[in-house]
Write a protein of this length. Structure first.
Lengths: 118, 112
């Protein structure tokens, strides 16, 4: 089954304790992206990756890191989480045609990770 | 500000009625997509309409696109309780960052 998986689904942690949220897709998609969703603010892009070893900042990258060492995985790292990073996080992936905008294709979303930072 | 903005923010109708949601955007687009999100879960792609298309159907869904007004509408006919969800439009830009830009969504409630 084609899918995007995220782990963990729920996490409660404390300020400053490093954490990683994993994301994996089995569709051989080139493009992967992380979003956070907050009430009244919609979905905001954190980081995205066009392919292996190619990552770039989205709209709200502060406090986050990512890596893309393998095509299927795109972990989100919070080196020193703070309470303002409490949010619902989504990973998404899509096919990417060479030279064409990523917005040409539908994105497949993971089930979400609800993070609470105390 | 957001590229896509949905209207209304919330909509409550009776089962069987039609639901219409609107989306406005600001800059030139390659396409516009609609997604559904059940409470707290991942977004699911519903339909994509390209900038050279005016109308598209998928089952009970009808999407229109008016590039001159920079707006789109999503019509769900003969609504069902299972249609209760949030609906988001997302625009794929012609130029600029490689991403979809999501609106803040319309919360649709179907009352039995």
């Amino acid at each position: 089954e084609a899918q995007v998986t995220q782990n963990p689904r729920y996490l409660i942690t404390v300020t400053g304790k490093k954490l990683t949220v994993t994301c994996s897709q089995n569709m051989n998609h080139e493009y992967m992206s992380w979003y956070r969703q907050d009430p009244g603010l919609g979905l905001r892009q954190i980081y995205y990756s066009m392919n292996v070893e190619v990552t770039d900042k989205g709209d709200v990258p502060e406090g986050y890191k990512v890596s893309r060492k393998e095509k299927r995985n795109f972990p989100l790292i919070l080196e020193s989480p703070s309470p303002n990073q409490t949010s619902l996080y989504f990973c998404a992936s899509s096919y990417l045609m060479p030279g064409r905008p990523v917005g040409n294709n539908e994105q497949f979303f993971g089930p979400g990770t609800r993070l609470t930072v105390l | 500000s957001q590229q896509g903005e949905e209207d209304p923010q919330a909509l409550s109708i009776q089962e069987g009625e039609n639901a219409t949601m609107n989306c406005s955007y600001k800059t030139s687009i390659n396409n516009l997509q609609w997604y559904r999100q059940n409470s707290g879960r991942g977004l699911v792609h519903l339909i994509l309409i390209r900038s050279n298309e005016r109308e598209k159907h998928s089952g009970r869904l009808r999407v229109t696109l008016d590039t001159s007004k920079k707006s789109s509408s999503l019509l769900i006919t003969a609504s069902r309780a299972a249609d209760t969800a949030s609906y988001f439009c997302a625009t794929g830009l012609r130029q600029g960052a490689q991403k979809l830009v999501f609106g803040q969504g319309t919360r649709l409630t179907i009352n039995p």
